[in-house]
Design a protein around this ligand. Structure first.
Ligand code: CA
Ligand code: CA
Ligand code: CA
Length: 425
């Protein structure tokens, strides 16, 4: 049992603790979103793995996510430096740096199996382009196939009259569609079938990139802070922001913006992305100090299941308390191409100002104070300066009085001496 007085003391201490903000950081703003719907999506949807240069042919076991119906199980990925294989015309990826050629060594189907919920509606999007094989305009044709692992059906894209997806070699074509998962279908196969290539050569044609099938991108931005709490002016705080894609599709062109809290100053050269230092200057890497905010561009595409971690430091100036910090990630959903954003929780750090170390003593002694007596100054005859009557302030007056008394005694002695002296004759 805690004595009542001690309980009150502890209560006061708790109140003071709360008032000073010594309690752990509390999220002041709602994180939005805090979580995402169960995702459905593809792996390696932009063919960014494995990391290759120019045309690359390899076994499907080296290509995360994708499988092929080709008898040799070979998949073809193209990276930068591919112009030599495309009549001198470098083919840029639709997203990221790499893409696939559907016709690897033979006409085949490239596919992934994903877990689905019967009755749900999923959306798909692909980028398709022909390979440049002749001096004229070349066109390649393919179909999107969706169904069970054993039986898929050609899909008719939005705005099209049939399933044939036809593009030339001048630009990436964009194709979209919806798919309702039938009753009982808990695994859905999403794939592409090469139909025709411009050259007639089954090893050439049908470039593919930015493949999405499922639910949209969904970024979650989470902020934390380390450092003295409460902070004092001059203390450093380290902010860490983790951005995770918990959706089914990649996010494109994601940019994290983190305003430097009022009452703090950015610590130069403290910005990092996934452990790599970024300069404060713009245009030389993925981030900078832009105005009064730290800005970092995330890898694009930012695939489902990946996390980017950004850190930077600030110094508390003591001009404001508390320091509130919230970050926002703006991005384009790779599936719908709609603009979206994700807001972090807010972290709050109180900043205390050191108080001077003075000791205040409160006394409760009862003192009887005598009424104040005011003594009117008395003016001696002759108009000389009045003397204080009593008290501590009478010190100098007392000295004067003693001097006057001494002077008077001197005069008296002088007079006596004059009277006793023989008169001059
Ligand atoms: Ca790509
Ligand atoms: Ca090929
Ligand atoms: Ca920079």
């Amino acid at each position: 049992m805690i004595p009542a007085r001690l309980r009150r003391t502890l209560g006061c201490a708790a109140a003071v603790t709360l008032a000073l903000g010594l309690a752990p950081n509390v999220a002041a703003a709602q994180q939005d979103p805090e979580k995402c719907p169960p995702p459905v999506g593809l792996t390696n949807s932009s063919f960014e793995q494995p990391d290759v240069r120019g045309p690359w042919l390899g076994p499907q076991s080296q290509v995360p996510g994708w499988s092929t119906t080709a008898s040799d199980k070979v998949i073809e990925i193209w990276g930068p430096g591919n112009a030599g294989a495309n009549r001198g015309l470098e083919v840029p990826a639709a997203t990221g740096d790499q893409f696939a050629e559907l016709n690897a060594t033979q006409a085949s189907t490239l596919y992934q199996d994903v877990a689905t919920t019967p009755g749900q509606t999923l959306r798909w999007r692909i980028s398709h382009r022909a390979r440049n094989v002749t001096a004229g305009v070349d066109q390649d044709t393919m179909n999107v196939l969706i169904g069970t692992p054993t039986q898929q059906h050609p899909q008719t894209p939005d705005g099209a009259s049939g399933p044939d997806i036809v593009d030339d070699d001048s630009a990436w074509g964009q194709w979209t569609g919806d798919y309702e998962v039938p009753a009982g279908q808990t695994t859905t196969r999403f794939g592409f079938q090469a139909v025709r290539s411009a050259s007639g050569n089954p090893t050439f044609g049908n470039f593919l990139d930015a493949i999405e099938f499922g639910t949209p991108a969904c970024l979650i931005t989470t902020k934390s802070v380390t450092g003295p709490n409460p902070a004092r002016a001059g203390d450093e705080l380290t902010y860490t922001v983790a951005v995770t894609n918990s959706g089914g599709a990649a996010a494109l062109d994601a940019v994290l913006t983190d305003p430097i809290p009022e009452g703090s100053s950015f610590v130069p050269a403290s910005l990092t992305l996934d452990g790599t230092a970024l300069t404060d200057d713009p245009a030389d890497d993925a981030g900078e100090l832009s105005g009064s905010a730290a800005t970092v561009r995330l890898p694009s595409p930012f695939e489902p299941g990946t996390t980017a971690t950004i850190t930077f430091k600030v110094t508390a100036t003591g001009d404001k308390t508390p320091l509130d910090n919230t970050a926002t990630t703006a991005y384009t959903d790779g599936l719908t191409r709609d603009k979206d954003k994700s807001t972090s929780n807010t972290v709050t750090n109180p900043v205390v100002t050191p108080t001077p170390t003075t000791t205040t003593t409160t006394t409760t002694t009862t003192t009887t104070v005598a009424p104040t007596t005011t003594v009117a100054p008395t003016t001696p005859a002759g108009g000389s300066t009045p003397l204080p009557s009593t008290g501590a302030s009478a010190g100098p007056g007392l000295v004067v009085a003693v001097l006057l008394l001494g002077l008077g005694a001197g005069l008296v002695c002088y007079a006596r001496l004059r009277r006793g002296r023989p008169r001059a004759r």
